[in-house]
Design a protein. Structure first.
Length: 261
């Protein structure tokens, strides 16, 4: 059991794009909006779980830049005193993900994920993860399946499947687990309804599709607006930066609250 838990450590590094427009965009170009481009700046605060949002652990900032039909989203996690703990970078061509990078400055580790879609051969996704602890490199490649997502794509994905989710239907995806150099199956279901900041909200549960992994990995919860654009207001669960425990860094389950004015 301990070996299995160790293998699953770091399976989820979740944060997400904060724009929620998920519209067809088959011929994206320089003048065509990318569904991941807006907002070009979004911030959030990450609190310790069970602290009633009083103990700040990290600050989150997402910025985007556009060049032609290419959009780059940079997601940075900093300590309250301004030290950069982790950074994620997602690059899109139109609405299609081209690459994803994870830099874990706390443990001196990094991951690179590249997607290839040749016109006449099978589409693939390749992984490279370099561990800072022992300098080992994990490299793998697998077939690219539909609805393969990185953390930056989660909120638009949920918004695009809102009708199914609100009706109690199950929605599935393949999630990029960069530290494991593979994708993992996850499912989303409606968990409950609530009132947040005086407005109706819906809590969406994210859990592994595999019964084996589900028995070892805690679910994640997205609190989203019930009406309007279905923006993510709060996220509870595993997040990208880690938390120091003595001389070691451990995976962090926290509460992320987004700054929507």
């Amino acid at each position: 059991m301990k070996q299995c838990m160790k293998a699953l450590s770091g399976i989820i590094f979740v944060g997400f794009a904060l724009n929620t427009a998920w519209l067809p965009n088959p011929a994206a170009g320089a003048d065509t909006p990318c569904r991941y481009e807006q907002p070009d700046l979004r911030t959030a605060t990450i609190y310790a779980a069970n602290s009633d949002q009083k103990r700040v652990l990290y600050e989150f900032k997402r910025t985007t830049t556009r060049s032609g039909d290419s959009t780059k989203a940079v997601r940075e996690f900093t300590t309250p005193d301004g030290l950069l703990a982790a950074r994620e970078t997602a690059v899109y061509e139109g609405d299609r993900l081209l690459s994803y990078e994870l830099e874990e400055f706390q443990i001196q580790a990094s991951a690179t994920v590249k997607l290839s879609r040749p016109p006449k051969t099978e589409a693939t996704i390749s992984f490279k993860y370099v561990s800072g602890n022992n300098s080992k490199t994990n490299v793998s490649i697998e077939s690219l399946r539909s609805d393969t997502l990185v953390s930056d794509m989660l909120a638009p994905f949920l918004a695009s499947h809102w009708n199914d989710l609100i009706q109690g239907k199950e929605v599935k995806c393949r999630y990029v687990a960069a530290a494991r150099a593979e994708t993992v199956g996850f499912k989303f279901t409606k968990h409950t309804e609530a009132t947040v900041r005086g407005k109706p909200a819906v809590v969406i549960k994210m859990s592994p599709s595999s019964f084996v992994i589900a028995a070892l990995v805690e679910p994640l919860y997205f609190t989203m607006e019930k009406g309007g654009e279905h923006r993510v207001l709060q996220y509870d669960g595993r997040t990208t930066p880690k938390l120091k425990d003595g001389n070691k860094w451990k995976d962090l389950d926290a509460v992320t609250v987004f700054d929507w004015n």
